[in-house]
Design a protein around this ligand. Structure first.
Ligand SMILES: [Fe+2]
Length: 269
């Protein structure tokens, strides 16, 4: 079914807190292609997290083809569309349902994805496991000027073992420029302690002593976790979510009970 462009105005726009937006289709059978890509891009840039509700989910191929309208798809080893499934009884329960600290996607691949797209095929709300997004543009904007000046001079080196999809070593400047809006963004991934996480990541701050670096990284993480910068998305079956991978870092809350969830993800460069 194709709607005329004027019908875009009938969608309900509901602001999320402290940022983000839900666009709801009252009929419940809208298609993502009913809204021009230019409008969705603008809304995503304005809101950083855009949730579409009342839209039909797409088949795997169709999902990839749709995302291609936005740009080149980042190919991971399993393919263009990644199935993210939390099993009810995984072999390693902690790994499957524990928290995922903040990071941006693409740190260990050649291209940083510009956007990522999710569609939610199955979810039980209220059992934890929310995807948490932190708005680094706001963290940067609100930081004291001397802090921002210090950040601007720093590069962080991330080291990890090659795991399923990624691995290696990468050095990134802490402050980067958003490719579309030109505002400063932070590129930061939290260190992952080998005693807690199956895929440890070591972070060093170039030119800073190890002990001092630890204190610095903890204070940076503390800022990013402040509630005024974080939106936690509790998934509902049928959600389509588009996020700005440059403006945000993201992670996941631990599940507080066994759950079954099925998300599909595509990343666009
Ligand atoms: Fe991620």
């Amino acid at each position: 079914m194709t709607h005329s462009t004027s019908q875009v105005d009938t969608f309900r726009h509901i602001p999320l807190q402290p940022f983000g937006r839900v666009v709801e289709a009252p009929s419940g059978d809208a298609r993502i292609t009913d809204i021009p890509v230019t409008a969705l891009t603008r809304w995503t840039e304005e809101s950083r997290v855009l949730v579409l509700r009342g839209f039909e989910l797409m088949g795997k191929e169709e999902f990839a083809d749709y995302c291609r309208l936005w740009g080149e798809i980042l190919k991971w080893e399993p393919g263009e569309v990644i199935d993210l499934i939390v099993e009810e009884n995984p072999r390693n329960y902690l790994f499957a349902s524990g928290d995922v600290p903040f990071h941006w996607d693409g740190a260990f691949v050649e291209a940083d994805p510009r956007y990522f797209f999710f569609q939610c095929l199955d979810a039980t709300p209220g059992v934890g496991g929310e995807t948490v997004f932190s708005d680094t543009t706001a963290v940067y904007r609100d930081a004291p000027v001397e802090e921002r000046e210090r950040w601007a001079e720093l590069s962080l080196t991330y080291t990890t073992e090659k795991m399923v999809h990624y691995g290696g070593e990468t050095t990134e400047k802490l402050v980067a420029q958003h490719p579309a809006t030109a505002v400063p963004v932070l590129r930061f991934a939290e260190p992952l302690d080998p005693s807690v996480y199956k895929n440890p990541v070591h972070v060093s701050v170039d030119g800073v002593e190890e002990a001092e670096a630890g204190t610095f990284l903890a204070s940076l993480a503390e800022r990013l976790h402040r509630p005024e910068y974080c939106y936690a998305h509790d998934w509902r079956k049928g959600d389509i979510l588009i996020a700005d991978n440059f403006a945000l870092v993201h992670g996941r809350n631990a599940f507080n009970g066994p759950t079954t969830r099925h998300l599909q993800r595509v990343e666009v460069i």
